[in-house]
Design a protein around this ligand. Structure first.
Ligand code: 8DG
Length: 130
């Protein structure tokens, strides 16, 4: 099982940042929450801060851990470890993804998500609608 941490970066007006995988990546053009594989010796939180710095060029603060989502991709089993975060500095500059957008929770379901993200999206919508 591969641990992948990902960030739901939430803006002050309640939008969340979503990123589209590029054509050269595995799961091309699927939407996801930015992040990546947790390296040996690293916590999920430290790995996430590092990945977000690498992929988006920004610094984040982790606010809250969400429920993990386990998904069997066939070749490997992914355990997605989502965290709600906020931006603390920098401006988004993509180094790997094809695109990004800020969406309100009610807009998230229209995207073509990576399978592992679907329960994470649903949990987030449920939490925001409370
Ligand atoms: N970062 C991220 N990865 C996700 C999400 N959902 C999901 O299934 N994944 C998968 C895609 C990849 O197989 C793996 C993340 O690895 P990675 O971000 O290092 O991606 P990568 O392009 O290096 O992956 P790979 O093709 O080298 O296996 O988890 C998500 O929301 N965020």
């Amino acid at each position: 099982m591969i641990d992948v941490s990902c960030a739901l970066i939430i803006s002050q007006n309640g939008q969340v940042l979503v990123a589209q995988r590029s054509l050269s990546m595995h799961l091309p053009l699927n939407w996801e929450f930015p992040g990546g594989k947790v390296e040996p010796g690293e916590t999920a939180e430290d790995g996430l801060i590092r990945e977000i710095r690498e992929e988006l060029g920004v610094e984040i603060q982790i606010l809250k851990k969400m429920l993990p989502s386990v998904y069997d991709q066939g070749k490997q089993v992914i355990r997605l470890l989502p965290f709600q975060c906020k931006l603390i500095s920098g401006e988004i500059k993509l180094t790997e993804h094809a695109a990004f957008q800020w969406l309100f929770p009610a807009e998230l379901k229209k995207l073509d998500w990576a399978e592992a993200d679907i329960p994470v999206v649903q949990n987030f919508i449920d939490e925001m609608m409370l």
